[in-house]
Design a protein around this ligand. Sequence first.
Ligand code: ATP
Length: 240
Amino acid sequence: MEISIEVKNLNKHYGNRIVVNNLNLTVKKGEVFGLLGPNGAGKSTTIDCILGLKSFDNGSVRILGMDPTKERKRLFERVGVQLQSSSYQGNIRIGEICEEMAALYRSPANYDDLLAQFKLDQYQKQPVAKLSGGEKQKLSVLLALIPQPEVLFLDELTTGLDTEARRAVWDVLIDLKEKGLTLFLTSHYMDEVEVLCDRICIINRGHALVTDTVPELIKRSPYQRLEDAYLWVMKEEIAV
Ligand SMILES: Nc1ncnc2c1ncn2[C@@H]1O[C@H](COP(=O)(O)OP(=O)(O)OP(=O)(O)O)[C@@H](O)[C@H]1O
């Protein structure tokens, strides 16, 4: 079994508050892994620590066998990242930002194709600042795909997207998954998690309550839907 992401005993605190509490995660190559939990549970902080964007107290992280704090340049040739708060420079246009991104990589994806898939092609010459919230969100996912990554991190991938746009993003991701992409995502939408994720980890206050496949978690709960099973785990903080 090839491992894409390995997190061991990860801990992080802010002041006297523990935000990531002894987290252990293993994501296999080609797997779609969902990190779930309520607002403030520590999902984004965990992603930032995994990617080496935030320092952590102790623990170890490997992505594709590399240490993100030490091998950042080599790692980001092979890893795509879409973070919750993407900010873009001044008046940059959609076509320009795609071109800038593509220029950073040896074999970038064809961004014209991605723009068409995400229905953003008609905005190529428009400043990013003029896009709607949902369009900006789609653009941030698109930009994360430009490196043709082997591992893709998506933090709240479809927040703010309309139904059609959500489906378009899912379709692109399912297609890439079939080609072997490893995906690490966070989402508050359980329908999305059911469609996309092979395995999930539910965290609260930085602590893992459960790590399992979606069908297994549902089977272990008294419910038939992931949303109910999730609420069941959260309500009792049942460590299953
Ligand atoms: N720079 C910081 N300084 C102090 N506290 C922080 C900082 N960044 C995040 N936190 C706190 O850490 C906790 C975890 O935040 P994080 O953004 O990781 O949660 P999350 O699970 O991604 O939440 P959401 O689902 O709302 O995006 C929150 O309570 C947040 O207020």
